[in-house]
Design a protein around this ligand. Sequence first.
Ligand SMILES: [Mn+2]
Length: 180
Amino acid sequence: MVLILTLDSSPRYFVLIDCGAYYEDGLATDITRVFVKGEPTELQKKVYTTVLRAFLNAYNLNVQTGFEHDSLAHNILDDTIEGFSFSHGLGHGIGINVHEAPPALNQSEIAHTEIKDNMTFTIEPGLYNPEHFGVRLENSCYRKDGKNHSFVKMGYEGKLIDYSLLNEQEQEWLKEFEVL
Ligand SMILES: [Mn+2]
């Protein structure tokens, strides 16, 4: 488990928890959530909501390859918030190992392989400013009937969502995760 405390200029601490567990038969899981102590700043909400938008779009829009999923996320995250960048691939295959391929969700050659039914992988967009703070939201997912599904049913930190930044479609998609 990785637990990162990131300190804003005010006492509004971000906690990022990236963790997973192995099922008895040896299959891995991986999830990341971010929480805030106290009332978040507008910037914290903007960064969090932008990362959430990247997740919702990459998860729901019907594209076939990891390369296309990754590109969708970059379109939302790149050059959106000054000082913050999306500095890693959107996701990785997951199975007996926490990181394995195929599939791969990034800009590499192997990511041009089509994501097929029953493949399992993560979707984990993020935005980071090394001097300030970072947000990553990660779900373990699988492909079934040509659509992405999530093993993760955990919801999101409501205080950090700026609904005015989500369009109607994104608000609808979010309902799938409105659980504890
Ligand atoms: Mn991961």
